[in-house]
Design a protein around this ligand. Structure first.
Ligand code: SF4
Length: 319
């Protein structure tokens, strides 16, 4: 049975919320919230896929469809009464322009996301090894990494390789970008300030560092902490792929764009990839911000925590 359509007061209240949203986004001239304007705004939203509309769809699908039905009716009525669909400037309602300092910068949570990305479908290659065998395989792989010189620049300036560490049967693997100075010195991943924040994130998920596994896309520190080059990522790809094939985690958390691009073979931004679970073989993949970025932009921590909660809900982990 079709749900009852929303009344005009509800539509007006939603349009007022939209007006405030547009104002924050830098749009300072808006039509009055009458039925004709509502239909125009709705049409514009549908063609630009606003996150607000996606949010409505995600949280209240019935309400969204009921609203769409009423707005479609209003649109067809307007179409017959108003052949020119452009906004009449005489009816525009100028909104006060906030001073630049008080305008909200676009936050990551406002960016629209994309459909789930699925790479390397199917199960991980090879057998699911018992824990003891997993450790032996990982130790052998770490020895290969330690002697690797495939990247002349990186192998020439590293102090030590940073293979990764953690539980041999982890439920969650955290996948970072590359070692930094502290990691290069100690041979362990995520040991600096960003590492301390990652530890807090892990503990917020009710795990310890020993419960999870932590690794990077490349095992040697790029000079001056630059991003690893594409050929360096390609050179190191077989190492992390082998690690994942041994570990077979339920979840992989990509920390930042480099690891997300590498694992999911996409160039989409973190802002577009976050908010849903992607897939790599049989592991579900969550994309969120790198702890180093969260240290620079503390206001984004809330968004990162929302991302982790997606995984926790899916894993039915109570926090
Ligand atoms: Fe080898 Fe990886 Fe280091 Fe390159 S980054 S030298 S592939 S271990």
């Amino acid at each position: 049975m079709e749900p009852d359509p929303p009344d005009a007061a509800m539509i007006r209240s939603q349009v007022t919320a939209l007006a405030e949203h547009f104002q924050r986004s830098g749009i300072h001239t808006l039509p009055q919230p009458n039925e004709q304007s509502v239909a125009k705004i709705k049409n514009w939203l549908e063609t630009t896929h606003s996150p607000l509309v996606e949010g409505i769809a995600a949280t209240d699908d019935h309400q969204h469809h009921a609203q769409k039905s009423q707005l479609d009716t209003a649109r067809s009525s307007n179409a017959s009464n108003h052949k020119d669909s452009r906004t009449d400037s005489s009816k525009l309602n100028p909104l006060p322009v906030p001073p630049p300092s008080s305008r909200q910068a676009p936050t990551p949570s406002r960016l629209r996301t994309v459909d789930a990305v699925q790479t390397d479908t199917g199960p991980y290659p090879g057998p699911d090894l018992p824990d003891e065998q997993r450790k032996i395989q990982l130790d052998g792989l770490a020895a290969s990494v330690a002697g690797c010189t495939k990247c002349s620049v990186l192998s020439g300036c590293r102090n030590t390789t940073v293979f990764g560490e953690g539980h041999v049967r982890p439920r969650v693997v955290f996948f970072g970008e590359a070692p930094g100075a502290e990691e290069d010195r100690l041979g362990r991943p995520f040991m600096g300030k960003a590492g301390q924040l990652l530890t807090k994130m892990i503990e917020a998920c009710k795990f310890s560092r020993e419960d999870v596994y932590i690794l990077n896309t490349v095992k040697c520190r790029p000079p001056n902490n630059r991003n690893p080059e594409l050929d360096e990522r390609q050179n190191c790809r077989s190492f992390y792929q082998s690690q994942f094939s041994i570990l077979r985690p339920d979840y992989i958390v990509c920390l930042g764009a480099v690891s997300a691009h590498e694992l999911l073979q996409t160039k989409l931004s973190v802002g577009r990839l976050r908010g849903k679970l992607h897939k790599f073989h049989q592991s579900k993949v969550l994309v969120t911000y790198h702890p180093a970025y969260l240290l620079r932009e503390p206001n984004v921590k809330k968004a990162a925590w929302q991302d982790l909660q997606i995984m926790l809900r899916d894993a039915k982990i109570q926090i």
